[in-house]
Every structure is written in structure tokens, then in C-alpha cells.
Design a protein around this ligand. Structure first.
Ligand code: CTP
Ligand SMILES: C[C@](O)(CO)[C@H](O)COP(=O)(O)O
Length: 248
């Protein structure tokens, strides 16, 4: 096999995959958390807005929902804008990893190259900003592995006994909380997820299974994932404060 002549090679493109097929069991309430309204818009609409603000940087943006999702059309009436490379994939899996895997298979089938970059971002992580996404892209663009936004721990870290008592205080200088987006090469991530299986809870874990070490890019505590009932009011407060700052 010969390498493609330089005239046939092209610069790697960037794709976005947004897994949006979870049920939100920990959040409680009626229906999946990504469709609940905060600060006047559905959670996933805030997420989409952050990526749409960087639209020229991405060749495609795919939202992956469950096959039986009957809400997305009403919740996001202006999605997908096909002319802007947006795509709705009704192929969520039983786990987040399976959903992302389905998205990558579809991306390859639609022409993405193995060397292209993909940014995977939780629909439920609706406070991400264009500046944070840009910081990840800049940090990873010349990296041989890729990386993820992550946050250093602000608190003392404990491990526990099965009875819920402290068993030890752990060193935390080398501990980070993994966030999204997570940015890797399409082919490498697909291979990694196929080898790692469905149990990994983020893309970086799958890449680690290959023996590689993703780059940690400092994010923000505000880029938290809406997971528990109290997260909705916190996320809303942050979004309203940002809006008030813009209005000043
Ligand atoms: N089978 C799944 C599970 C999760 N997700 C998505 O992955 C993101 C992060 O997952 P998490 O917060 O765990 O969401 P849920 O699985 O919905 O929440 P829970 O675990 O509380 O049910 C969310 O945007 C969720 O919609 C997905 O696309 N497919
Ligand atoms: C990918 C992730 O958002 C990184 O923090 C997170 O692991 C996904 O959530 P889950 O609750 O582990 O499915």
C-alpha cells in the first residue's frame, strides 16, 4: 500500500458528536433531563448553541438520540440545519459508550476520514462555552493522542469504607475530574471503543485502554454535567448570570 500523494491528502476535518440518548435516571423528574427547560430553553439547546457559535470550525455536528425519541423534533424545531453539516442520528445505544460508538460508525459511513478529529460532548453538559471548546481544540491540534477538558479537584479527597466512613485521605495533586468535550482522531477512537467495550464512561478511558495518555486541558468548574435534581437550578443561575453580563 502506498501513501496517498500529497495532492490527495487533505487537512483533517473536525466533527462534533453529541450523545443525547440517556434517560436521566439520577436527575428524576419527567422525561430525559436533556429536554427539560432551563433559562427558557431546553438543556440540549444551550449545548448546541455553544457549538453553533463555532460553526465554521466543524464540518459536521451530529446529535445522537434514541430510536424511539418522540421529543427531539418539538424540543429542537430548528435542528438539523443540513446546509451547516448538522445531522440527527436516531441510533442511541444502551450505554453512553454504545451511543458514541454508533455515532462514530455513522460518521465513517458518511465520509469522515480516520485521521479527522471528533469532539464528543454530553448533551447534558449545557454550560460549556465556545471559549472552552476552542481551548481544547488549540491544545490538541498538534497532539499525537488528543485530549479532554478536565478540572483539578478543589476539595480534600477521601476514600470510604462500605459503611460510609472515611478509610483514607488521598493525595489529590494528580487527580482531575473528566469533563467533555473530549477530542480524538475518528479512527483511533472507533478502534479504542471497539476494544474497550461498553463499560468505559468516557472516550479518554477507551484511549487509555490502548496504552495511550490523553492530554488534560484545564476546563472550568462551570462546565459541570446536569446529573442530579439540584443541578438544574445551579445551571440556570449560571446561564442567567451570563445573560445579565451580556445585557450590561
Ligand atoms: N445510553 C446513553 C446514556 C447516556 N447518553 C448521554 O450521555 C451524556 C452523559 O450521560 P449521563 O449524564 O450519565 O446521562 P444519563 O445516562 O441520561 O443519566 P443517568 O445515568 O442519570 O440515567 C448525556 O448527554 C446522555 O444523554 C447517551 O447518549 N446514551
Ligand atoms: C463523559 C463524562 O461526562 C465525563 O465526566 C461522564 O463520565 C459521563 O457520565 P456518566 O455518569 O459516567 O455516564
Amino acid at each position: 500500500m502506498h501513501a496517498a500523494p500529497s495532492s490527495e491528502r487533505r487537512a483533517p476535518r473536525h466533527h462534533v458528536l453529541i450523545p443525547c440518548a440517556g434517560v436521566g435516571a439520577r436527575a428524576g423528574g419527567a422525561g430525559p433531563k436533556q429536554y427539560r427547560s432551563i433559562a427558557g430553553l431546553p438543556v440540549v439547546a444551550h449545548t448546541l448553541a455553544a457549538f453553533r457559535a463555532l460553526r465554521g470550525r466543524f464540518s459536521t455536528l451530529t446529535l445522537i438520540v434514541s430510536a424511539d425519541d418522540d421529543r427531539v423534533g418539538a424540543v429542537l424545531p430548528d435542528f438539523p440545519v443540513l446546509a451547516q453539516g448538522e445531522h440527527l442520528l436516531r441510533r442511541g445505544g444502551a450505554s453512553r459508550a454504545a451511543t458514541v460508538h454508533n455515532g462514530l460508525v455513522d460518521l465513517r459511513a458518511r465520509g469522515a476520514h480516520a485521521e479527522d478529529w471528533v469532539l464528543v460532548h454530553d448533551a447534558a453538559r449545557c454550560l460549556v462555552t465556545p471559549a472552552q471548546i476552542d481551548a481544547l481544540m488549540v491544545a490538541c491540534q498538534d497532539d499525537g493522542v488528543g485530549g479532554l477538558l478536565a478540572q483539578r479537584l478543589a476539595d480534600t479527597l477521601k476514600s470510604s469504607t462500605p459503611e460510609g466512613r472515611v478509610s483514607a485521605t488521598l493525595a489529590r495533586a494528580d487527580k482531575w475530574l473528566a469533563q467533555t468535550p473530549q477530542m480524538f482522531r475518528v479512527g483511533m477512537l472507533l478502534d479504542a471503543l471497539e476494544r474497550a467495550g461498553d463499560t468505559v464512561t468516557d472516550e479518554a478511558s477507551a484511549i487509555e485502554h490502548l496504552g495511550l495518555s490523553p492530554l488534560l486541558v484545564a476546563g472550568s468548574a462551570q462546565n459541570f454535567k446536569v446529573t442530579y435534581p439540584e443541578d438544574f437550578s445551579l445551571a440556570e443561575a449560571v446561564l442567567l448570570a451570563r445573560r445579565a453580563r451580556i445585557a450590561l
